[in-house]
Design a protein around this ligand. Structure first.
Ligand code: GDP
Ligand code: MG
Length: 737
């Protein structure tokens, strides 16, 4: 049987001209079955082979808006030609590539005929054919169809494409988080019910539903009305969401992203204009400056610095309100609840744990607002575009940048949405390498740990230190990515194109919604995961409590002190429990009693389940300078990094000499004999690199498709972090720090 080659292209791209030079006299004209669209067929013969050639109607796209589009599409899907020759007008490349992108998305075997090269040349446009071919992942043959130049080469290339045994992977464009998420949901549903999948690829059907393609929707309704209705419901939701946040329609957004994809192909040196172009659009004009090799990085750095300023300066006041509020609740509980386990649970377990996490909400809201602004306006895509070059060196991709930023690459994100953001990476290897390294970013839960330690030990230049910490996270992530990409996830990077969507003025409403969506995720985590872990840790730090014999020992010590106290001093002590004006004797007695209380509390903590664990771990952790209290906090941090500070607070307040002189935790650390700047530095690096929190591990496993990767990241990261911490502590100690 002769293989079939279909010719597709925009009207006036030169299809008929090519068809004529290929088939000569061996052609006939008819109509497509059922419609009055002209169908031309012919035969191409050379020394080696024979092809049936079909000239499809000229179309700009494959959406069912016109009869021509439906006919062309049905033909491609139902007749499955061996190759589709896509004819482009080289003098109008950008617009013509729109159809090409859709052919690649449909997954047909494409050979690109770059026609009208003479016209392009006359207009001073030169095209880097090899680069275009590399970026599209299809052969590109320059030609002048009217004179038959390039026809042999096109047929040779087409023959090669027809002979390929492997099906080329379908092009998957990123359509922005909202659409991509809906696409994933739709595709799952379509695959699950094998809905129309005998005829069309699942992802393509999903796209057509989002594009409101009437023909596909009608087909769908006929095939399975129930599934079709569910699909439409998802699209409805997406559509309303986009209307609210971006004030646009899904179809428009899809077209934007396709053009963005094309634009970035063209911008990578594929097209050079030898005449001055007067057709620079506003977006292009802005991009000229913003992605300039020299000005670009400086603008990006200034923007990120501006974001820091914005966040830290303006969030100070509301953060103060939150802290005040939780302080007030804690104080209220302290004075109004009866002594006992319940009080301890409410204060140490619930208020300290959850309050510590929620106290951070205003700062994160400001951060999320700033990041939404950068993202919705389209600027973040430019930052990614510029970093693409750097990231490739480390075996990653510019799209990884977004995942890193979402995870806290600038400050205060979360690895969970960061892991989700890797879905935009269509290449498996780069995606896996990104998945495994995003947890190194300084997420919103690690920030308080750093803030605490920096305030305690490096208070002279906090800003510089925070910057240094951020930098360390990026360097660590990139080096580890490089390590993975040259060992366990080795392999060439797929040729990839970064998208440059056009700039938009973000709507305030959209920003507020996006900010709230992100903040709510965080709050929900505090209300569920952190609350339960906090209670669990509290229990582990409270039970089993001291054995009776030891308790008696402390009781006796207290009795001894009181026995040695004159009666009037002791009664004064009782009536003025919260006493401001104790006599000097009473004061010293009170101190002595509190010292016994503190010793008892410390003994009880050491005796508790968590305390024993911490002490057991000390055997190893002392190499990095961590004491048993820190170990408890770090173990808790695996459940959620938010726990680290909360637990350290509890653990250190339990051993304190005078709990009524409430010192801030950072002061306590600074005064503690176990601590010095070197320990803090070692701990900062450990917290930065050790195992992702439990939720992140679950997400990594799910996205990587196997529990093995989740387990790997727990073990690898912890070992790496421990090695770094030991190295820092040992070298620092040897140098006398
Ligand atoms: P179709 O609509 O895609 O079938 O395009 P046609 O083959 O009918 O071509 C449209 C016009 O472009 C005709 O006037 C052709 O003569 C002209 N044309 C086709 N190929 C070339 C080419 O390579 N160079 C130039 N200069 N003109 C061409
Ligand atoms: Mg024609």
């Amino acid at each position: 049987m002769t293989a079939t080659i279909a010719l597709a292209g925009n009207p006036n791209a030169g299809k008929t001209s090519l068809f004529n030079v290929l088939t000569g006299a061996r052609q006939h004209v008819g109509n497509y079955p059922g419609v009055t669209v002209e169908k031309k067929e012919g035969i191409y013969i050379d020394q080696e082979r024979k092809f049936r050639i079909v000239d499809l109607p000229g179309t700009y796209s494959l959406t069912a808006y016109s009869m021509e589009e439906v006919v062309a599409r049905d033909y491609l899907v139902n007749e499955e030609p061996a190759v589709v020759i896509d004819i482009l007008d080289a003098s109008n490349l950008e617009r013509n590539l729109y159809l090409t992108v859709q052919l690649l998305e449909l997954g047909v075997r494409v050979c690109v005929a770059l026609n009208m090269m003479d016209v392009a040349k006359n207009r001073g446009i030169s095209i880097n054919v090899d680069k275009l071919s590399m970026l599209l992942g299809a052969p590109v043959i320059p030609m002048v169809a009217r004179s038959g130049i390039g026809k042999k080469e096109v047929m040779v290339a087409s023959g090669e494409v027809a002979d390929l045994s492997a099906v080329r992977p379908k092009l998957e464009i990123t359509y922005g988080e909202d659409i991509d998420q809906a696409l994933a949901e739709l595709t799952d549903l379509i695959k699950e019910h094998r809905f129309l999948t005998d005829t069309y690829p699942a992802l393509w059907i999903a796209l057509k539903y989002i594009e409101e393609d009437k023909q596909i929707k009608d087909l769908g309704k006929g095939a399975d009305p129930e599934v079709s209705a569910r699909l439409e419901k998802i699209v409805d939701r997406l559509s309303r969401h986009l209307q609210k946040t971006l004030n646009t329609y899904p179809e428009a957004l899809i077209a934007d992203h396709r053009y963005g994809y094309i634009k970035s192909i063209i911008r990578q040196g594929v097209v050079t204009y030898h005449h001055k172009q007067d057709r620079l659009y506003i977006s292009d004009k802005i991009d000229k400056v913003v992605t300039n090799r020299f000005a670009g990085p400086m603008i990006a750095a200034a923007t990120i610095f501006g974001l820091y300023q914005f966040v830290f300066v303006y969030s100070e006041v509301p953060v103060g309100w939150f802290e005040g509020f939780f302080g007030w609740i804690g104080g209220f509980a302290e004075t109004h609840l009866p002594e006992g386990l319940l009080k301890s649970l409410i204060i140490s377990g619930i208020i300290d744990g959850v309050g510590g996490v929620l106290g951070f909400v205003p700062l994160l809201m400001f951060m999320f607002f700033g990041i939404s602004l950068l993202e919705d306006s389209g600027y973040l895509a430019r930052v990614a575009f510029m970093l693409d070059r750097v990231f490739r060196i480390f075996g990653l991709h510019g799209s990884s940048v977004m995942a890193f930023i979402v995870s806290g690459g600038i400050a205060g994100g979360c690895a969970v949405p960061g892991v989700m953001a890797t879905r935009t990476l269509k290449s498996k290897r780069e995606r896996l390498a990104t998945l495994l390294t995003v947890p190194f970013m300084n997420c919103g839960a690690k920030l308080p740990v750093f803030a605490l330690l920096v305030a305690a030990f490096f208070s002279e230049n906090q800003a510089v230190f925070m910057f240094f910490i951020t930098l360390a996270a990026w360097v660590g992530a990139l080096l580890v990515a490089k390590l993975f990409r040259s060992t366990i996830i080795r392999g060439a990077s797929a040729p990839f194109v970064m998208e440059l969507p056009p700039y938009r003025v973000p709507t305030f409403r959209g920003l507020v919604i996006h900010t709230w969506e992100r903040t709510w995720q965080y709050i929900r985590k505090a209300g569920t995961v952190v609350l339960s872990i906090s209670i669990l840790l509290w229990a582990m730090m409270t039970f089993p409590g001291l054995p009776k014999s030891e308790e008696h020992g402390f009781d006796n010590a207290r009795k001894k002190i009181l026995a040695a106290t004159p009666l009037n001093t002791a009664s004064g002590l009782d009536s003025q429990k919260m006493g401001d004006d104790l006599s000097p004797q009473a004061e010293s007695v009170r101190k002595a009693l509190l010292r016994v209380d503190a010793q008892e509390a410390e003994a009880a903590l050491k005796h508790s389940v968590a305390g024993r664990m911490g002490i057991a771990l000390e055997k190893v952790s002392h190499w990095a300078g961590f004491d048993w209290r820190t170990n408890i906090a770090l173990v808790g941090g695996f459940a959620a990094k938010e726990i680290v500070v909360a637990t350290m607070g509890t653990a250190y307040s339990l051993g304190e000499v005078d709990p009524e002189e409430t010192m801030g935790l950072s002061k306590k650390l600074a005064n503690s004999p176990n601590w010095r700047p070197l320990v803090a530095l070692s701990l900062i690096f450990f917290v930065m690199f050790y195992t992702p929190c439990f939720v992140a591990v679950v997400c990594i496993s799910r996205e990587a498709g196997s529990w093995k990767w989740g387990a790997f990241s727990m073990i690898f990261n912890t070992l790496l972090a421990f090695m770094l911490a030991v190295l820092i502590f040992q070298i620092g100690s040897a140098l006398g720090f």
